[in-house]
Design a protein. Sequence first.
Length: 179
Amino acid sequence: VRTVMSEMGMAMMGSALATGPDRARIAAEQAVASPLLEDVNLANARGVLVNITTSSSFKMKEYYDVMNTIKAFTAEDATVIVGNVFDENMADGLRVTMVATGLTGTQRRQQKPELRVMPQQVVRDGTTNQPIFVGGSAVVEDEAPAVFGTNSRRAQVEAMKMSGVEEYDIPAFLRKQAD
């Protein structure tokens, strides 16, 4: 854990649950495509920590399927560490949780809203001869919300709850942003 988490840069997390005959590959692919990893290119990841949670029906082939699927999305020289946890409550399910570290320049930068100067009519006060601006502010921002992501975070948390993810399996920062 220390080896992977000591990589410099941003870290992101993805998680997915799958059942059925091809559950390992599907869970790994869904973890990589997780909404938590939106706009993140794992090819730039310097380290990836993967946890596989499943019942004792877990096969070694499934372990290799998860590893190969995750490695296909990461850089060739990335450190990938895979561990597993046996939980009999998982029954036929297999959960893949991954943390990618050492991400640099992977998220698109949020563009600042463009400012436009709007012509203003100037009227002078008859008593003090002070200028009075009529018609709103002189600088107008494009339609950009003051707070980004609140609704999308709420939607992510709701989607995760609907897919059967326990409330405390959802990262705390997402739960707080959704509130």
